[in-house]
Design a binder for this molecule. Structure first.
Ligand code: TYD
Ligand code: MG
Length: 453
């Protein structure tokens, strides 16, 4: 057996160094380097020749097993692919175990063999959850285990498992490795073994992973490269919405989201998120505008809220929830420089209602509308949606999928939309849905003037 040599591994990025250091040279994180015993390897056998083939050949789409939870299947790209590995990350307490128990039960009710390995909770705790979620009748196989050697032996003996859930990968442990469960070396080695098993036995593998404060899946960013799909389960603890977001998917589109609502009976699917996100909106309040957004292929309407409060003298505060603060600073500068809106003496609070996080620049126009409405102390038209990107000179730029956004707005009973002016060149005419008036603008000052008038 090889000698176990000590080495130092960054718990954030997995980089290995021979010496301890306060800061990882690879990823720049502080205090992430920890000592781990090196994995001992048996002497390598000579390699076998691999066969090279042509690019053409059978390219049937991978077979899929829909879990029966449509919001989850959408993010997966249609269902679980046999032999693939999916990592589901999220903060502790966000609902990962609940979601996966529901998915496991749904698949097992559809007659598939499903195994659920809990490394965090005892059998009785999982059973209690199953009773509370009214899933206790599902015939899935449940085990509380952390020793990967035992788990692997049991999985080897399974002939026809369709899905294996490991909750969580940070609790799994291989006795041939000295470092603690949850360390990069353990997580990598246990995940590697499980993924190998999934491929050879043909079951879909779901690994649950916890997330650190900065949003990375704890320690093992390395894990993201090993799996076929990475899904983030996110949401604000104060809100009942939970969003499952695809951040990597070898078998489908990323940027799809699944929306769930937390209830006392588990996660309920939200097939129409716009209605939910707008449910608590109160019309006729200054500082509110509805953004017609897009999450993956799916249009989602959300309310953008802005609040200004006078702060003469002091350094003005900018506080943002659900949007980029850099983008807000840019918009404030454009509003000031191009539209004459003086906001330098005001604290600015911006909030995307419902706990959604928006990444699209198309939200610029809605954010600007909320800000301008707050500044003018006049509500925006409650029947209007906004979308469009704002450039540094205040021009309103085209965004993708205008028609899908308009259709969603019409479906939810909106009567008008404020959007980028069509430029004649090359742009085919927009098909405006019936009953939706289009208010096209070319410059941000048109919007501000409209709210002041
Ligand atoms: P849990 O699924 O255990 O979160 P995680 O596995 O991500 O740590 O859920 C955390 C708690 O929230 C748990 O006590 C159950 C509760 N909960 C509900 O009551 N309803 C729900 O819909 C969800 C998702 C969770
Ligand atoms: Mg859990």
């Amino acid at each position: 057996m090889a000698r176990a040599v000590a080495r130092f591994v960054c718990q954030a990025c997995g980089a290995v160094t021979p010496k301890w250091a306060g800061r990882c040279e690879t990823c720049g994180e502080w205090n992430t380097i920890a000592e781990e015993a090196a994995e001992s390897r048996p002497k390598a056998a000579p390699g076998r020749r691999i066969g090279f083939v042509a690019l053409t050949g059978d390219a049937a789409p991978p077979p899929r097993a829909p879990t029966g939870i449509a919001e989850l299947d959408r993010v997966l790209g249609g269902g679980l692919v046999p032999g693939s590995a999916v990592l589901v990350g999220g903060d502790p307490g966000i609902g990962k175990s609940t979601l996966l128990l529901q998915a496991a039960a749904a698949l097992s009710r559809a007659g598939r063999r499903v195994l659920y390995v809990s490394g965090e909770e005892a059998i009785e705790q999982v059973r209690m959850r199953a009773r509370r979620l009214e899933l206790a009748d599902a015939a899935l196989g449940l085990a509380a285990a952390v020793n990967l050697r035992d788990i692997a032996a049991s999985l080897e003996a399974e002939a026809d498992a369709a899905l294996v859930v490991i909750d969580s990968i940070q609790t799994m442990w291989l006795d041939s490795i000295e470092s603690a469960p949850g360390s990069v070396t353990q997580v990598r080695a246990t995940a590697f073994e499980l993924i190998r098993l999934a491929k050879s036995r043909g079951f879909a593998l779901v690994l649950v992973g916890h997330v650190t404060k900065d949003g990375a899946i704890a320690g093992p960013r390395v894990l993201e490269h090993m799996v076929d799909a990475v899904l983030h389960f996110e949401g604000d603890r104060g809100h009942q919405f939970r969003i499952l977001r695809g951040v990597k998917n070898r078998f489908g589109a990323t940027d799809e989201i699944g929306v769930f609502e937390m209830t006392d009976r588990g996660l309920a699917e939200v097939p129409n998120p716009s209605a939910l996100f707008l449910a608590e909106r109160r019309g006729n309040v200054a500082g509110s505008a509805v953004f017609a957004g897009l999450e993956g292929t799916r249009p989602v309407l959300v309310e953008v809220q802005a609040l200004l409060s006078a702060n003469p003298g002091g350094a003005p505060r900018r506080s943002v929830i659900g949007w980029e603060s850099g983008r807000l600073s840019m918009l404030l500068a454009v509003l000031e420089a191009r539209c004459g809106l003086r906001l330098g003496q005001s604290d600015v609070y911006l909030n995307i209602a419902g706990g959604l996080r928006i990444g699209e620049p198309a939200a610029d126009l809605a954010v600007a509308a909320a800000l301008a409405s707050a500044a003018a102390d006049r509500p925006t038209d409650p029947g209007r949606v906004y979308f469009g990107e704002v450039g540094l000179s205040g021009e309103i730029r085209q965004v993708a999928q205008a028609e899908a956004r308009l259709k969603e707005a019409q479906k939810l009973g909106f009567t008008s939309a404020c959007l980028p002016r069509r430029v004649a060149r090359g742009n085919r005419p927009l098909a405006a849905p019936e009953g939706l008036a289009l208010h096209e603008i070319g410059h941000l000052s048109d919007l501000v003037a409209g709210l002041r008038a």
